[in-house]
Design a protein around this ligand. Sequence first.
Ligand SMILES: [Fe+2]
Length: 300
Amino acid sequence: MTQAPIARFTRLRHATFTSPDPERLLDYYRGVIGLGLVARDGGRLFLANDCEQLSLVIEPGDSALKSIAFELSPDVQLEALGAALKQADLRPELHSDSLPGISKLLSFSDPEGTRFELMQGWTPTPAQERIGGLAVAKLGHVALRTPDPKAASDFYANVMGLRVSDWIEDRFVFMRSGFEHHTLNFARADVRSLHHVAFELRGPTHMHQACDHLARHKLPVLWGPVRHGPGHNTAIYHRNPDGHLVELFCDLDRMTDEALGYFEPRPWHRDRPQRPKVWVGLPRDVWGMAPSPECTEFAR
Ligand SMILES: [Fe+2]
């Protein structure tokens, strides 16, 4: 008999980055991505999206992803979850009022050392300024590198309640925590680190505006616009001032009814219905050019 997951990640909430130049990164997220500053706390910067939800935390340090936050179902008892995570040797810590709009959160480190924050509920954290830039809809997904994507997918499926949406061969796995095709991905690489972070746009017109906006800010589009195979999102990729690959996407596949096991049918699907599968060979994308050399790790 398979055991129930310890936790059930539900909704991606925010990511925390350390940066050697937090003010430069703040300028970028304000002026390009379109998040607004909520508050400063010592060296920490808190940014919200246009929905007044905490989306990004920036702290001084080396350029790196520090943690990823997910929201849990309201029926989960955080204290009981903490005890279960402790029993699984995941070093949980319970924090109170450590982030704007969040009263309690439980943090833990996964087997490869990536820190996660789990929380329930939120109160609005409006930016103290008008949201400019692209005013993205939300943080959409985070992709991590790992030496062993299969072990990572087993851990996140069996222990954290995510579901596998697609594989690219045996080297890239897309996992969903809600109805959206992916919120957490793992790509094979030598060491655990950030692969890319993605923000959701509101639709094709917003995608068009994003291309123009990146050009105006002299941020070259390194790949796209493209409509991917896995997830069927349209996407463009660029690098932020800290060198992290940032994807802007819209129109991601949705499994609106988990029990049916297939993604909401759309005309550009090749499989009818489109179910989770292993994608092998090229071309994988529905349309769009191959990635630039700076993005080739996607296409190998
Ligand atoms: Fe992505």
